[in-house]
Design a protein around this ligand. Structure first.
Ligand code: ADQ
Length: 735
């Protein structure tokens, strides 16, 4: 018998023995007591009957004082009634007659000695007591029978124990082998095993077990790589260890470096994009190839014959491969389908998506072009391809068809809506099919993952394992996981800079030294809630007029998608609202809204984060929001307050921010007031806790976790390829 079933049997047998033993211990005295009482009651009844039958003659002999007659009556009754002895006591309790074997130690007023039962029966005539009969019975046989009974009962329990144990061990042995193999299959999720074809006794357990294993896996991984340890070096060594020699390709619409013609010659610009901010450190760490749309006016003149350029320009670390798009393609794929269709479709900001067939066709075409670039750049047949964002929903399947062994990881940087909202897209099935070409699909929050699984469930014929978060479609598996994105923790911390930044900022804006400043930093996008933010400032000044001339909001809004009507309208509205509010609260010091529609470079932006009193993030819907995290990372003085919309992914992590519903203008105003009046110790406490979180859960961890998962899935894929090639070889040999 193998060790496991043996252990299992022991684990079963010991408790059984203990239970049966305890049961026997409790039962034996009970049964003993019961049988003893039955016997005694029987004996007593017999004595009463004998006493009743001899009462009459006994009274006669007593009144006649016939000692001879009485003795022979007693001896006869002893024999016939099978008693031990009989005696007669007079009215003064004196023993006056006795049968021949009457025990010497027994008298009329003594208690029954051990092993004997005494029954008394009154002798009365015309209501006058003449004495009593003493009937003695031997009870020693009850003890003998009780002992025998106990032996029998113990033997029965022992037999029961042996039979049940043998049966249990036998069942455990045979079930173990079957159970173990079914469980292993189920937990491995191999060979199409599902909860439905699990053994019935496991069905309710499978989900829990898988979830438990997943948790254990996550715990093990996070133990192995404590969050503090996530640095570029750690990410580099992870790539080296886990994806040694593997090729890494990134695909995104936006390029990380844009070459522009200017009057001073060619300049390099970094786009204002959360995506670039997040993925750039990963590429620096793994030195792969980044494929992106070449959108700069000097992009074509800065690439080599293969459309490649090494970046960052000052310290090249990886290759940027540019893909060229015609104006029509950019119109249809980028501005049209991606930003007028998918962007509002995925954000609940009450802007209607626009779907045009011509845009969709361009979207398909451009996805195909980028997929071809991936295939062309890949030097191996199984590269790791990191696809970024909603511009490339179709690309994963296109790449999968050309490079079936590739590990395709996609991160969806914006929210995923609920199935009803997504359902209005005319090409919803095609988009979902494209996304299911991924090996791993990441979202910011578990809620977005859940929405995605439910959407697939609603519109495609797939097999979904909700507990494992996998979708099986066309024989391929896509893992759907949350990976909350973050930022790279600033390398140098210099507390002294904060005072300098405060001064510089106020000097630049021509404000008094102690002037209170709020800060908003966003792309000029309707999802960012800039209008609602201004309205909150307006309301704040109405509610607390003494703040007029003492507080302003600096809004730095990077122009974005400016060729789209919706964005032009937004800019007009934002500018107009700022003007109105400034006119409403006119004062001699400064306008309450300081609007700068421009792109700031990273250094200048960091100085603004440091120099302000409160950073205001009021997105109506936002996948994560990196501005919130950048602000926290900049505040090495541990001061400053973050106001954060509850509709951002960041709000799920940054609990110490002042969380608000941006649609509720009064709430926004109150939060601003609370931030401006918050005592420094409270600011410190909140900021310290958020800084710890952002430092630990940085962008290297975000990328590292995704790449670790990809490496794990890759290993699994390789093993299953080996298994299937072995079994094919075996089959060929048999044939
Ligand atoms: P975005 O919608 O672009 O990103 P966000 O996460 O806030 O939003 O990132 C914006 C980035 O641009 C930040 O790094 C910020 O510093 C920079 N930026 C904003 N305004 C700027 C300005 N005026 N000048 C210079 N830089 C500016 C998308 C999703 C987000 C998600 C990110 C990352 O919409 O929800 O957090 O991707 O996944």
């Amino acid at each position: 018998m193998p060790l496991r079933p043996f252990q299992l049997s022991l684990r079963f047998i010991f408790p059984l023995a203990a239970v049966l033993g305890l049961f026997a211990l409790a039962l034996l005295p009970l049964v003993d007591d019961l049988t003893r009482r039955w016997f005694l009651r029987d004996l007593d009844t017999r004595s009463q009957m004998v006493a009743a039958s001899m009462r009459e003659p006994a009274l006669d002999y007593l009144t006649l004082q016939d000692a001879e007659g009485m003795r022979s009556l007693l001896d006869r009754s002893v024999r016939e009634g099978r008693l031990h002895a009989l005696g007669v006591c007079d009215a003064t309790d004196k023993l006056i007659y006795r049968s021949s074997n009457f025990p010497a130690q027994l008298s009329c007023d003594t208690r029954a000695p051990k092993g004997m039962l005494i029954t008394e029966s009154a002798l009365e005539q015309d209501g006058v007591s003449l004495g009593k009969l003493l009937l003695a019975q031997d009870t020693s046989f009850i003890d003998r029978r009780s002992t025998e009974f106990r032996y029998y009962l113990s033997a029965v329990f022992l037999l029961m124990f042996l039979v049940i144990s043998a049966l249990g061990a036998w069942i455990a042995h045979w079930s173990w082998l079957g159970w173990v193999s079914s469980l292993k299959n189920l937990l491995r999720r191999e060979t199409g095993s599902t909860v439905a074809n699990a053994p019935p006794e496991f069905r309710p357990l499978v989900g829990d077990l898988r979830a438990m294993l997943r948790e254990m896996n996550i715990e093990r991984r996070s133990e192995q790589s404590s969050p503090q340890a996530w640095t570029p070096e750690k990410l580099r060594s992870l790539l080296h260890d886990e994806l040694a020699g593997d090729e890494v390709l990134v695909v995104s619409n936006r390029e990380p470096y844009i070459h522009e013609q200017s009057e001073h010659g060619i300049v390099v610009r970094r786009p204002a994009s959360g995506l670039v901010t997040a993925v750039e450190p990963v590429m620096r760490a793994c030195s792969g190839t980044w494929i992106a749309h070449g959108s700069g006016s000097a992009d074509r003149v800065t690439v080599d014959a293969n459309d490649r350029v090494r970046v960052p320009p000052k310290k090249p670390a990886y290759t940027l491969r540019r893909v060229w798009l015609t104006v029509e393609e950019e119109e249809g794929y980028y501005y049209g389908f991606s930003n007028e269709g998918l962007w509002p479709l995925c954000h609940m900001a009450h802007v209607r998506p626009v779907f045009r067939t011509s845009d969709w066709e361009q979207y398909v075409e451009v996805n195909q072009r980028f997929a071809e670039a991936v295939v062309a750049e890949a030097h191996t047949d199984d590269p790791v391809v990191l696809v970024q964002d909603y511009h490339f929903a179709l690309l994963p399947r296109m790449v999968r068809e050309r490079l079936p062994k590739a590990t395709i990881i996609m991160f969806w940087h914006i929210p995923w809506p609920n199935p009803e909202s997504f359902g209005i897209c005319p090409w919803r099935e095609e988009l979902l099919q494209g996304l299911l070409g991924n090996t791993l699909l990441g979202f910011h929050t578990p809620f977005h993952c859940k929405n995605f699984l439910e959407t697939v469930d609603r519109y495609l014929e797939t097999r979904i394992e909700h507990e494992a978060s996998t979708i099986s479609y066309g024989g391929e598996l896509t893992q759907v996981e949350p990976y909350p994105i973050s930022i790279a923790w600033p390398e140098q911390e210099s507390a002294g800079d904060v005072a300098l930044c405060r001064r510089e900022m106020r000097d630049e804006l021509r404000l008094p030294a102690m002037y209170r400043l709020g800060l908003g930093v966003d792309r000029l996008d309707y999802t960012k809630g800039i209008v609602e933010r201004f309205q909150a400032v307006d309301r704040l000044l109405e509610m607390y007029p003494d703040l007029v001339g003492r507080f302003s909001l600096l809004q730095i809004a990077a122009p974005s998608r400016s060729s789209l009507d919706e964005y032009q309208n937004l800019e007009t509205r934002v500018r107009k609202l700022a003007l109105e509010i400034n006119q409403r609260h006119v004062n001699l010091v400064a306008p309450p809204i300081l609007l700068r529609v421009e792109h700031y470079d990273a250094e200048r932006l960091a100085c603004c984060y440091r120099g302000c009193d409160v950073c205001v993030v009021t997105s109506l819907h936002d996948g994560m929001n990196l501005v919130a995290k950048e602000f926290i990372a900049s505040r090495d003085d541990e001061l400053g307050v973050l106001i954060l919309s509850q509709f951002t992914g960041a709000a799920r992590e940054l609990h110490e921010a002042l969380i608000i519903n941006p649609y509720h203008i009064e709430q926004g105003a109150q939060a601003l007031y609370r931030a401006l009046t918050m005592p420094e110790p409270e600011q410190r406490e909140r900021m310290r806790s958020m800084r710890q979180l952002v430092r630990d859960f940085n962008v290297y961890r975000w990328a590292g976790r995704m790449l670790l998962d990809a490496a794990r899935l890759r290993r699994r894929q390789r093993v299953s390829e080996k298994i299937s090639s072995h079994s094919h070889r075996g089959l060929r040999r048999v044939l």
